[in-house]
Write a protein that binds this ligand. Structure first.
Ligand code: COI
Length: 358
C-alpha cells in the first residue's frame, strides 16, 4: 500500500509546547482522505494539507449521524522510534463499527497504511514529554446529498492527528465517577458496541449532570434492569473486590476496548483472578461500605488507565483506596505505558514501529 499521492502544506503550523498539550485541541499539518462510491469501491487515497471539509448542507451525516470513528495513539519512545499501539486491533474494531452502522468496510491493510503514511509524514508532531502522544482519529462519514434515511452510497474516510497530553484535567490522579440512575448509554440490539458519533452525542446530557454534581464522568448502568455496570462512555470499567478483578462482559452494549483487552491479558499473564461477568452497582456499593472494594479504574485509549477515587450513586459517595491510585491500577498503567514507549519488552507484539518519511 502506498506511497499515496501527497500534497504537502506550504504553511506548516507552529507546534504547541509539550507542556501545553491537553486532549485534542490542536491538529497536525496533514490529513489522509479516501472516497467510497457504490459500484466503484474505495478509491482516491491521498494526503493533503489539514483543512476544512466542504460539505453540502444536505449531506446525510449532518442529519442522521451515519458516522464512525476510532482512536489510537503513536508514542515516541526513549529510543526515538515512533510506535503505534495495537493498530491492527483498532483497524478491525473500526470495521466492526462500520458493519454495525451499515457502512462498507475498509481493507485493514489500507487503514494500517494510512496510519503509517500520515504519522510518518507528520512525525515531528509526535510529542516528546513522558505521558504525551500523538492521537490518531480515523473517521468515516456518510456523504450522500439527500434527506432520505438510508445507508449511504457514498462515504468519506479521513484520518487526522492530534498531539495530546492527558484526557482528564486531573491527569493520572483519581477521578470522581457518578453511577447514573437516570441516564442510559445503550441497550442490546442498539449501537453501544460501535464507536459511532451518536453514542457520544447522547452521553452529553448525563455528562453535564455529573459535572454539575461535581463528578468527572458518568458510569452507565444497563438500560434494562438499571443495575449492572456497563461502561463510562470514554472508558471501560474495572473493579477489584477482595482479590477478584471484575469487568462487565462484552455483551453488545459496551465498547470492546483495546486498553480493556490489553489490561485483561496482562492481569491474566500475572496470574491474577480476573472475571468478565455481570456485576451490579449494589454489589460494588456494598463492597465499598464493607471495605472490600479495594480498587476501581477505567481503561481507554484516551484515558489510558485512570483510577477512580470516588464512586457516587443515589446520593452516597464511596471513597476508594482513600482516594488514591491502587496497586493493580498503577501496575497496569506502568506496564501498558512501558510497552507503548518501548521501555519494556512487548511479549504480545502489540506495538509496530512507524517508518518515518524523509
Ligand atoms: C478514546 O479513548 O480514544 C476515545 O475515543 C474516548 C473519547 C475521547 C471519545
Amino acid at each position: 500500500m502506498g506511497p499515496f499521492p501527497t500534497t504537502r502544506t506550504s504553511a506548516p503550523k507552529q507546534k504547541p509546547a509539550d507542556d501545553a498539550l491537553a486532549f485534542g485541541k490542536v491538529m497536525t499539518d496533514h490529513m489522509f482522505l479516501m472516497n467510497y462510491e457504490e459500484g466503484k469501491g474505495w478509491h482516491n487515497p491521498r494526503i493533503e494539507p489539514y483543512g476544512p471539509l466542504s460539505l453540502d448542507p444536505a449531506t446525510s451525516v449532518l442529519h442522521y449521524g451515519q458516522a464512525i470513528f476510532d482512536g489510537l495513539k503513536a508514542f515516541r519512545g526513549d529510543d526515538g522510534q515512533i510506535r503505534l499501539f495495537r493498530a491492527d486491533r483498532h483497524a478491525e474494531r473500526f470495521n466492526r463499527s462500520a458493519r454495525i452502522m451499515c457502512m462498507p468496510e475498509l481493507p485493514v491493510d489500507i487503514i494500517r497504511a494510512s496510519f503509517d503514511a500520515l504519522v510518518g509524514l507528520d512525525a515531528d508532531w509526535v510529542p516528546r514529554k513522558p505521558g504525551t502522544s500523538l492521537y490518531l482519529r480515523p473517521t468515516i462519514i456518510a456523504t450522500d446529498v439527500m434527506l432520505g434515511v438510508h445507508p449511504a452510497h457514498s462515504l468519506l474516510y479521513f484520518l487526522i492527528l492530534s498531539p495530546v497530553g492527558s484526557y482528564y484535567k486531573e491527569g493520572v490522579k483519581p477521578v470522581r465517577i457518578l453511577a447514573s440512575d437516570t441516564h442510559v448509554r445503550a441497550v442490546r440490539g442498539g449501537t453501544g458496541e460501535a464507536k459511532t458519533a451518536a453514542n457520544y452525542a447522547q452521553s452529553l446530557a448525563g455528562q453535564q449532570d455529573a459535572a454539575r454534581a461535581g463528578y468527572t464522568q458518568v458510569l452507565y448502568l444497563d438500560g434494562v434492569h438499571r443495575k449492572y455496570l456497563d461502561e463510562v462512555g470514554t472508558m471501560n470499567i474495572m473493579v477489584r473486590i477482595g482479590d477478584e478483578v471484575i469487568t462487565p462482559p462484552l455483551a453488545g452494549t459496551i465498547l470492546d476496548g483495546v486498553t480493556r483487552a490489553s489490561a485483561l491479558q496482562l492481569m491474566r499473564d500475572w496470574g491474577l483472578a480476573v472475571s468478565e461477568r455481570p456485576i451490579t452497582i449494589d454489589e460494588v456499593m456494598e463492597a465499598g461500605r464493607r471495605g472490600t472494594l479495594r480498587e476501581m479504574w477505567g481503561t481507554g485509549t484516551a484515558a489510558v488507565v485512570s483510577p477512580v477515587g470516588t464512586l457516587g450513586y443515589k446520593g452516597e459517595d464511596i471513597l476508594i483506596n482513600n482516594g488514591e491510585t491502587g496497586e493493580i491500577t498503577q501496575r497496569l498503567y506502568d506496564a501498558i505505558t512501558g510497552i507503548q514507549y518501548g521501555r519494556t519488552n512487548d511479549p504480545h507484539g502489540w506495538t509496530s514501529v512507524v517508518p518515518v518519511a524523509a
